[in-house]
Design a protein around this ligand. Structure first.
Ligand code: NAD
Length: 493
């Protein structure tokens, strides 16, 4: 164990619980360095966490909204105060630059604050007065125990997106982060759990084995999952026996459509385009993963894109202020992305390296990948059809807006998308894209707004997070009916 490595414990019923076995999380930039240890929890630990969450639900669901908000606000303040420490830990276990980790915590806090500010309005009873004197109360009830399962790419944002609305609306939770970035998010979960009564927020660690218990246990009422589409298929099967509610935020293969009236000389727009492909080394669900450009401006676009990318991309140590892109999070992800690039090359595509590698020795040591652009791929090559989830992007030409829409919509995914060009023209095209979100002249997290619902269509997900919908997703509609005509006239005496 290195001096700076930490040990994370599970949290069950407000108590820290040290598991028998620990899983070392290594720094992807220095793969020999252990950043910390996360517990390898067992099925038994997981059942215990679910049981205590189930017990805590009875009283927590009756707590006042003001009480819940006050507790969450205290947690928000502590997370704010401890942001430098948490961001540093996140960058060390993840490989992304410090500004990116701070940005992730910033988005998480903005969402938690929005959830606090809006939960009262969302939970307010809606009362319908009937003409004949009866009335109906439409209440929003808490659901019960929520199993929250999050991925490694934005571990804090994609866990707080679940913790804040679930707890504020009166549910209890068991959270399981990814073993590939378990440490910083656990610090955030500890801070939140400390402010709430025992059993309201519980934390366990592990991989699919723990995940299966969390998704099949009959005491779990809802699953809030962010991760891969294939994993979600397993989860749906696992949950089917006991019928559970689900919010699923899954993979994406977001198209960026560049129209013929896009100004390729607009340097700020080009910078946004490049960032939308390579932020967090491309490991974001909602990043633009295939670029379609109107053939009329294709050549000029490619030149300007490469120019902008060469300016912005500086690959290196996450703690170097000059660095814009850190390492990839894990070796397996490097291999997945490299296989897609090699496949394109073998079919005759041109692969162009972008930007600068600032420290070649460090680059060789860690799981780094210099960003690339792939030109001349076929529309149905794996690099175009699959989610690369890494720092490479194909650019392909299209002939007219209809063709662009056909290509963009020809996907099993539909998370986000973007259209680049004159506003009116772009909106017209945007309306026909099958996606949960479409951004105009920006893309990816640059256009994310926590006040509005976020989620995917097709195999990119079920349900919405963020916005008021993201709070409502943790409630069930409960109709309380007080009819005036208590005896129905058509039922015989
Ligand atoms: P993953 O599906 O491999 O893992 C996600 C989580 O599920 C982890 O905590 C993992 O331990 C757990 N898990 C694995 N098998 C399980 C099982 N059988 N039952 C229950 N839980 C199980 O995904 P990942 O590699 O961590 O994340 C990358 C994927 O997540 C990409 O496809 C990306 O697009 C997607 N993602 C989607 C969004 C979104 O909002 N739509 C956001 C971020 C990431």
């Amino acid at each position: 164990m290195s001096d700076k490595s930490i040990v994370i414990d599970a949290i069950i019923n407000g108590e820290k619980y040290r598991a028998k076995e620990q899983d070392p999380r290594k720094n992807p930039v220095h793969p020999d360095e252990v950043v910390g240890y996360a517990p390898l929890n067992t099925k038994k630990d997981t059942i215990k966490a679910i049981d205590v969450a189930h017990e805590a639900f009875t009283s927590w669901r009756q707590s006042s909204i003001d009480n819940r908000v006050e507790r969450m606000k205290k947690a928000i303040q502590t997370i704010k105060d401890r942001t430098p420490e948490i961001a540093e830990l996140l960058s060390r276990e993840h490989g992304k630059p410090l500004y990116d980790s701070e940005g992730e915590i910033g988005v998480s806090l903005a969402w938690m604050e929005f959830a606090c500010d809006n939960v009262k309005e969302v939970l307010e009873n809606n009362v319908e007065e009937h003409d004949n004197g009866g009335k109906t109360i439409i209440a929003r009830d808490a659901i019960g125990v929520i199993s929250a399962i999050s991925p490694w790419n934005y571990p804090i944002a994609l866990s707080t997106i679940k913790m804040a609305p679930a707890l504020l609306t009166g549910n209890t939770m068991v959270l399981k982060p990814s073993p590939l970035a378990p440490l910083a998010v656990s610090k955030v979960a500890e801070i939140i759990a400390d402010e709430f009564p025992p059993g309201v927020l519980n934390l366990v660690h592990g991989d699919a084995d723990v995940g299966v218990e969390l998704t099949s246990n009959p005491k779990v009422a809802k699953i809030a999952f962010t991760g891969g589409t294939e994993t979600a298929k397993d989860i749906m099967k696992s949950a089917s026996e006991a019928i559970k509610l689900m919010t699923l935020e899954l993979g994406g293969n977001d198209a960026a459509i560049v129209l013929d009236d896009f100004d390729v000389e607009d340097e700020r727009a080009m910078r946004r385009m490049v960032i939308s492909n390579f932020l967090t080394a491309g490991q974001i669900c909602m990043i633009a993963k295939r670029i379609y450009v109107d053939r009329k401006i294709y050549d000029k676009f490619v030149d300007k894109y490469i120019e902008a990318a060469n300016k912005w991309i500086r690959v290196g140590d996450p703690f170097d202020d000059n660095v814009t892109i850190g390492s990839v999070n894990n070796k397996k992800q490097v291999e997945i992305v490299q296989d897609l690039i090699d496949d394109s090359k073998s079919k005759g595509a041109e692969v162009i390296k972008l930007g600068k590698v600032l420290d070649p020795d460090l680059y060789d040591e860690g799981y780094f990948m210099q960003p690339t652009v792939v030109l001349g791929a076929d529309y149905h090559d794996p690099i175009v059809e699959e989610e690369q989830f890494g720092p490479t992007v194909p650019i392909l030409p299209f002939d007219g807006d209809e063709h662009a829409l056909e290509l963009a919509n020809d996907s099993i995914y539909g998370l986000t998308s973007s259209v680049w060009g004159k506003e009116e023209h772009a909106i017209k095209v945007a309306k026909h894209i099958q996606a949960g979100t479409t951004m105009i002249n920006t893309a990816a997290v640059q256009g994310l707004d926590v006040r509005f619902p976020f989620g995917g269509v097709k195999q990119s997900g079920v349900g919405r997070e963020y916005g008021k919908e993201g709070l409502l997703a943790y409630t069930e509609t409960h109709v309380i009916n007080l009819p005036n005509d208590l005896d129905l006239p058509y039922i015989p005496e």
